[in-house]
Design a protein around this ligand. Structure first.
Ligand code: SF4
Length: 180
């Protein structure tokens, strides 16, 4: 199946992302080390969210699932910060990225129902997450992050020929969609 790369890139920008490009599927290397970083990460969501490890599935399951796809898109939101402590802009860019991600996901699903989306950061749709006491409230409309799947995001970008770092005073959020 041929995928309309330029059309998809344009659509990503229309959805609110600042950058988009084709993901090289060979860059999808699922690493247990990233999972370990998840466990130690500052977000403290490990073991507390349906979309984070270990609830989101094993590295092997992630790799097997991704292997069924034949095309990928990387999408990014780059925020311009005043300095390293401009948390307001960082948070705003993160929220904008999450909103763009859901918007594009919902639209792409209409044409590619088996789409696999991997977002940036923990699913924060409910506060708190129902894990582990009750099922996810939005199983069809919530997503794991690329890191939760075990992907080293900067490496995926680099191997796909897409920048991950846009210079001093920038913050970049990166997500991806896999299509078949
Ligand atoms: S949608 Fe709500 S219940 Fe489901 S993973 Fe996200 S925060 Fe948890």
């Amino acid at each position: 199946m041929d995928f309309p790369v330029e059309e998809l890139k344009k659509f990503a920008l229309q959805c609110g992302f600042t950058h988009a490009g084709e993901l090289d599927l060979k860059a999808l290397v699922f690493m247990p080390e990233v999972r370990e970083m998840c466990r130690a990460a500052r977000c403290r969501a490990y073991g507390k969210n349906w979309r984070c490890p270990p609830a989101c599935g094993s590295i092997e399951e992630a790799a097997a699932r991704a292997a069924k796809y034949s095309f990928g898109m990387l999408v990014q939101t780059v925020g311009r910060t005043e300095d390293d402590f401009d948390y307001e802009t960082m948070e705003k860019a993160g929220k904008e990225h999450a909103a763009s991600f859901v918007k594009m996901m919902r639209e792409l699903k209409k044409k590619y129902p088996d789409i696999l989306g991997m977002g940036a950061g923990t699913c924060a749709r409910c506060n708190p997450c129902t894990y582990p006491d009750a099922p996810c409230r939005f199983p069809e409309d919530s997503y794991s992050s690329m890191e939760a799947y075990g992907l080293w995001v900067s490496k995926v970008c680099e191997l796909s020929g897409i920048p991950y770092y846009y210079g001093p005073n920038t913050i970049t959020y990166t997500s991806c969609y896999l299509l078949k």
